[in-house]
Design a binder for this molecule. Structure first.
Ligand code: BGC
Length: 910
């Protein structure tokens, strides 16, 4: 347990979800903090926020930008700044103090900072520069350097121009107070200042619809610049802008000419300023990077390195003049998301040589990232790395499922008897195995290290329990989330897709939020979603919309409504609802217009990858139409739009009626009679109470008829377990959860899965690999069971938006006899920790200060329930409510509790 302060203390200050964000453009940014206390039932009764333009003023409590004064309020999240107008480059140093329930004031929090970015076009002096000459050369037949005469370069039909190098030198005359870099690209960029990288971020500026908007990043680079001579350099690669995306070997999706726009603003201690900006006066060239592409991989010829290119004093007289694009139509805005960063390093767990000279290294887990190569080779020696998720029976790497993704990195040695270390910068792969050819001798333990990367969403969850398979499943869920949260939520990291598939995202978003703070990450992507909306109001299949054109697919398009609602539920974010409200309305109109008698036609992918079950697509589509409309009514309520709410509620009722009339029999059977049918109808509240009961019966009967197995695909699996649990059949949910026979989560684990598979039958002993065209081993949809694990095993659920009231209802059952589950919510840490022993349950609960919870202690009756050794009903902060469903229910105030109770006889019906 973390150390808890004795009084209410504000900490963890965030602005627009991020700690100390630089260069934002939200003119009334929302501030959040967490209050902590060691005593039970502590509450914030008031707060004061001070925002100052300098740390000194902040120290003196001089809120020259804003002093909220004492505001009587218990709010700790989404408090909108209400001070002076924030101009470009403004620095807002801020702190907060709070008053507790006894009206005692806390100390001030630690100071935090946000800065405003370049808010107007006029703030930009930098031009968009690039270097187009190498493009032509690449389009001609290329040869990989180092390839022997007559040897064909791999996939020689590919156009893979080399990344460009851009540079200039500059002199800083006076002592420097601060240097800020604003940088972006059409393509991917990496900036170096005086030989050092300006940031640790990968794949900046992220993926957007570059025709509409492109983000820039803001970095404090004060430590990198110095008085006197300096150099700034950049490497510019194709990335999402010009490189390959999706299937079909297609590139140049937004344009072919990559461009960099960077502006380094230096403030001297005397208050004067200097701006170094990209212009025609920079110099351009190519370097050791021969190719860099997300899907195809990176090639690097160390013999072509240009030492000192990013340092002052370098002779660039042989470099060319850059090309300049005078007009870029996209809006240029600050990056609102979560950048991709290194997450972990993995050493190989084994090395084999299934074919002469082709070594296969197993990194132990199926991740997204790349390999660091360490080698001592002769000049020109070519080492080729190929990546795969699985192995063929003969031990060679299985690459069929990568389809059009070449996923090959090539390194050509500098030579000279020294050890060389190389990592790519502008590509990543989804892999567990690396095949190394061309290596001098057998690769040693250091030859290959996997570098795992992911969008750096702050961790927010922990799950452990007494069952090893469940723990493995949880690890696999986390792993697959990291592998697919790469600037946007993608479907998979390995094959030629890696796109923002909408269905996958809506199915998984709540689980994602249990594991990590995904608020900023989804805030960014929801803009991509709106940018990708079709003119007819239908949301697309993928956002940003590329390759998989189209829209309106049931359960995919609906992400446009489901995801903002999820963000509101988890983070209390009303602005995200407001911002996208018009688009959401347009989508409901689209559904209504395209429905017949309120039945939504069979549009889209249906119950994708279900197993031995065929859910009628129109049943699914209509169920989702109802659900989205229901959410729309709730969204309208939240935004105080009463008329809209009534309208959508009425529409929901009518869709529900149509659904029942068309699809639901008198005996409660739903057309298709699949598990997904019943799950959707129950989850979306489409049935009358009697029909609900019947539906539960049919659902369980179908599961039983399959020897207690599921048949659901992406869509049904999302709600299957919560539906069973809410219907009083947590016993059946546990049976599915613990299964290790096909199809089940456990089945993949039995086959050694270290990630969540796209399909239940990705590999089976009988058939081997499934349909190679579509068989990813890192797709998170089936990992949506993670939400159930948090909410049912851990018993941690929000009772309304943003965990202000919390429901704690762990359901011991199945094979479990203990579990530890924690979620760092936007209001602080919520934790449960239970074990069952000798007919008793011991349940420890942590509820963050300033929130309340209903705690369901599994118990036959309220008698005999203890808290910290005393009768629970009498304990401080605990108020007995009732006995319900095998649990004694208490209202509790914030704090730590230790409950103990005799277990009911049937904690779960076996
Ligand atoms: C993707 C999915 C996606 C689906 C649509 C696939 O190719 O990988 O995850 O949702 O297409 O049906």
């Amino acid at each position: 347990m973390r150390h808890m302060p004795s009084h209410l203390t504000p900490r963890c200050l965030r602005c627009e979800y991020r700690e100390n964000p630089l260069g934002i453009d939200v003119t009334l940014p929302r501030l959040s903090w967490i209050v902590e206390s060691a005593s039970r039932g502590d509450k914030q009764t008031a707060y004061q926020i001070v925002v100052s333009s300098t740390p000194k003023k902040l120290d003196a409590e001089e809120g020259d930008l804003w002093d909220s004064g004492k505001v009587p309020s218990n709010e700790t999240i989404q408090v909108a700044y209400a001070g002076k107008r924030l101009a470009s480059r403004t620095r807002g140093w801020w702190k907060v103090r709070v008053w507790d329930k006894k009206a005692k004031v806390s100390a001030w929090s630690e100071p935090a900072l946000w800065t405003m970015g370049l808010l107007g076009d006029g703030d930009w002096q930098a031009e968009w520069i690039g270097y187009d000459e190498p493009l032509k050369a690449a389009a001609d037949k290329r040869e990989l350097a180092g390839a022997k005469q007559g040897e064909k370069p791999p996939a020689d039909d590919l156009v893979l121009p080399p990344p460009r190098y851009l540079r200039r030198e500059f002199r800083l005359q006076r002592p420097i107070a601060r240097a800020t870099l604003y940088s972006t690209a059409l393509g991917l960029y990496e900036i170096h200042i005086n030989g050092r990288r300006a940031s640790e971020d990968y794949f900046t500026p992220g993926w957007t619809d570059y025709n509409k908007r492109v983000y820039y990043n803001t970095y404090d680079v004060t430590p990198l610049v110095r008085r006197g001579e300096n150099a700034i350099g950049a490497v510019l690669a194709d990335g999402w802008y010009a490189g390959h995306i999706g299937w079909g070997h297609k590139r140049d999706h937004y344009g072919s000419k990559t461009r960099l726009r960077a502006q380094l603003e230096v403030e001297y201690t005397d208050g004067t300023k200097e701006t170094i900006a990209t212009r025609r006066s920079w110099r351009a060239s190519v370097g050791p990077l021969l190719e860099a592409d997300f899907l195809m991989g990176e090639s690097y010829d160390a013999r072509r390195e240009v030492p000192g290119w990013d340092m002052p004093g370098f002779d660039d007289s042989g470099w060319a003049q850059p090309n300049v694009t005078s007009r870029v139509s996209a809006q240029v805005q600050p990056y609102p998301g979560v950048t991709v960063q290194r997450f972990a390093e993995h050493k190989p767990v084994s090395v084999t040589e299934p074919q002469k000279g082709a070594y296969v290294l197993d990194l132990g887990t199926n991740l997204a990232g790349f390999a660091r190569l360490k080698v001592k080779g002769r000049a020109g020696q070519k080492i080729v790395l190929r990546f795969a998720e699985r192995l063929n029976p003969d031990g060679t790497i299985y690459t069929t499922n990568l389809r059009g993704a070449r996923a090959t990195d090539t390194y050509i040695c500098r030579g000279g008897g020294k050890e060389e270390i190389w990592e790519p910068r502008f590509t990543f792969h989804g892999f567990q195995y690396v095949e190394v050819t061309g290596y001098p001798g057998k690769p040693g333990p250091d030859a290959i290290t996997a570098i795992e990367i992911t969008s750096a969403t702050p961790p927010a969850g922990e799950f452990r329990c007494s069952n090893a398979m469940a723990n493995r499943l949880y690890a696999n869920i986390r792993q697959t989330q990291r592998a697919n949260f790469i600037d946007i939520p993608t479907d998979c990291p390995q094959r030629d897709e890696r796109m923002g598939w909408m269905g996958d995202a809506q199915i998984y978003i709540r689980t994602a939020a249990c594991n990590s703070d995904v608020a900023a990450f989804f805030t960014k992507w929801l803009v991509d979603v709106e940018d990708a909306q079709n003119p007819d109001g239908s949301y697309p299949h993928v956002a940003p919309r590329k390759v998989a054109e189209g829209g309106g697919a049931a359960a995919w398009a609906d992400a446009g409504i489901i995801c903002p609602w999820a963000i509101y539920q988890v983070y209390g974010d009303k602005r995200v609802l407001e911002r996208h409200y018009g688009a959401m309305q347009h989508f409901i109109e689209y559904c209504e217009t395209n429905s017949k008698g309120l039945l939504r036609p069979a549009e889209g992918f249906g119950e994708w990858l279900s197993i031995q079950a065929d859910t009628p697509q129109d049943v699914l589509a209509t169920a989702y139409f109802a659900h989205s409309t229901d959410l729309m009514a709730r969204i309208a309520d939240v935004l105080g739009k009463r008329d809209d709410a009534a309208k959508y509620r009425g529409l929901f009722e009518r869709i529900r009626e149509a659904f029942n009339k068309e699809y639901v029999g008198a005996d409660g059977r739903i057309r298709g009679e699949t598990q997904a049918d019943y799950v959707m109808a129950l989850a979306f509240d489409l049935l009358s109470p009697e029909k609900r009961e019947m539906a539960v019966k049919w659902l369980v009967k179908d599961i039983e008829s399959r020897g207690w197995h599921l048949s659901t695909g992406f869509v049904g699996t999302k709600d299957l377990m919560p539906v069973l649990t809410d219907a009083g059949r947590v016993d059946v949910a546990y049976r599915l959860f613990h299964n290790d026979t096909f199809p089940s989560w456990g089945f993949s684990i039995k086959q050694g899965a270290t990630s969540i598979w796209e399909r239940w039958d990705g590999w089976t002993p009988e058939k081997g690999f499934q349909d190679p065209g579509m068989n990813s081993f890192a797709h998170y949809a089936f990992g949506a069971v993670g939400q159930w694990m948090f909410e049912t095993i851990g018993g941690i659920k929000t009772g309304g938006p943003a965990y202000e009231s919390i429901v704690i209802r762990p359901r011991p059952g199945g094979k479990l006899n203990w579990a530890v589950v924690r979620h760092e919510s936007i209001r602080g840490m919520i934790a449960t920790d239970w074990k069952t022993k000798d007919g008793k349950i011991f349940l420890n609960v942590t509820i963050p200060a300033n929130t309340t919870a209903k705690v369901y202690v599994p118990a036959a009756s309220a008698d005999g329930v203890l808290e910290s050794g005393k009768p629970a009903a009498k304990a401080e902060g605990v108020h007995f409510l009732r006995v319900e469903g095998g649990a004694a229910v208490y209202e509790v105030a914030s704090g730590n509790y230790r409950f103990e109770a005799p277990l009911p006889l049937d904690v779960s019906r076996k």
